[in-house]
Design a protein around this ligand. Structure first.
Ligand code: HEM
Length: 339
């Protein structure tokens, strides 16, 4: 494991050497993970050591216990019914490690289930039912369209308008955040997986579905006045207090797809009213007192799944794996940090 970490660092070091002179190449495409990371940095800026997305975050530990219903859907070892330890990372969306906690913006909950026999299940869930792009190239072009002009330090409004008009689905996620209050806590907002996955049971039957982690105590938002009052940095202490009080837990629910439902797009939710199965409960048991903790060096690659859970044909899933690894490499070399 140590050797693996060292080789990741060494590879990343050589990538960084190249990156020091890398400019955004107008011919670059989403197929090149280094180009993706360069574009993230050009558009959103770069904070040394921080994740290029979800920069402001905190590690926590949790425990997941599955329901018997989960076992009828999938043989995954996560669903044995015995408690499974989970390495959790809560974060605020974006590349800014000082992003305000009191804005109507994205919150994330990334999970690594540590399963028997060294198996792992990683996922990065967001506080919206849809993502901001449905294909890797669309996402790449979206962030390229927002790249600040060196003279004005602002995105070119004409480019933004043209991109939005040609790709209206990229605006859905922002509309969701605008329609919701500022979350009162990392522990009081829904987190969606946004991709479909297949759940395979002991008879070999595969059921596709999309999951949501829903707070057991319900969603809780702040009024505009309350949000102003709270200020830009309250989420970490709020989480520590709520977890000490034993109040942070989520139902892991799966919405079941039916024949004909679109299951290969992160911008199209399943139709309203699909049957929802409770797969179990994730309870958050402790929160890091500082910027350290085991989540710091995990990239939460959504293709790390246990046997019994399979990726759908959503093209965003394979497109995430390499940029996450490159992103991890870059921040390890810089000295990984998150607060
Ligand atoms: C091709 C598409 C995507 C690219 C290139 C991309 C890129 C990245 C990168 C570079 C990171 C930081 C990784 C690290 O340093 O460890 C990240 C984090 C994250 N991404 Fe994406 N992303 C993509 C799609 C998505 C989608 C569809 C979702 C929706 C669920 C998503 C949710 C997240 C979350 C929740 C995190 C933070 C995880 C954490 O706390 O470590 N991303 N992304």
């Amino acid at each position: 494991m140590k050797n693996l970490t060292l080789s990741v660092v060494a590879t990343a070091a050589s990538m960084l050497a190249l990156n020091a002179v890398a400019q955004v190449n107008p011919a670059a495409t989403a197929a090149d993970p280094n180009a993706f990371l360069n574009q993230f940095e050009s558009t959103f800026g770069k904070s040394e050591g921080y994740r290029r997305s979800g920069a402001k975050g905190i590690c926590a530990m949790g425990e997941f216990v599955a329901t018997p219903d989960a076992r009828t859907l999938s043989t995954a070892s996560a669903f044995s019914g015995s408690p499974v330890p989970v390495i959790v990372r809560f974060s605020v969306g974006g590349a800014n490690p000082k992003a305000p906690d009191n804005a109507k913006s994205q919150r994330n909950m990334a999970l690594q289930f540590n399963l028997p026999g060294g198996e792992q299940w990683q996922m990065g869930n967001i506080s919206a039912p849809v993502f901001g792009a449905s294909s890797p190239q669309q996402f790449f072009d979206l962030i390229a369209s927002r790249q600040p002009d060196p003279a004005t330090k602002q995105a070119d409004p004409a480019k933004v308008k043209a991109f939005n008009e040609a790709n209206p689905e990229v605006l859905l996620i922002g509309k969701h955040f605008a329609s919701q209050p500022v979350p009162a806590s990392f522990g009081s907002v829904n987190y969606w997986g946004v991709h479909a996955y297949g759940f395979v049971n002991a008879r070999g039957a595969k059921q596709f579905g999309k999951w949501i982690f829903e707070p057991v105590g319900g969603q809780q938002g702040l009024s505009d006045d309350e949000a102003k009052e709270k200020g830009p940095a309250f989420l970490f202490d709020d989480l520590r207090q709520r977890v000490k009080d034993g109040k942070v837990a989520f139902n892991f629910n799966l919405e079941l797809a039916q024949a004909g439902d679109k299951i290969d797009s992160a911008t199209v939710p399943l139709p309203e009213g699909r049957k929802k199965v409770n797969l179990g409960m994730l309870k958050i048991t402790s929160v890091s007192e500082d910027g350290g903790g085991p989540c710091l060096t995990i990239a939460y690659n959504p293709l790390v799944m246990p046997k019994g859970v399979e990726a759908s044909a959503d093209p965003m899933l394979p497109a995430r794996a390499a940029p996450y690894a490159v992103g991890l490499g870059r921040r390890l070399v810089e000295g990984a940090k998150q607060q």
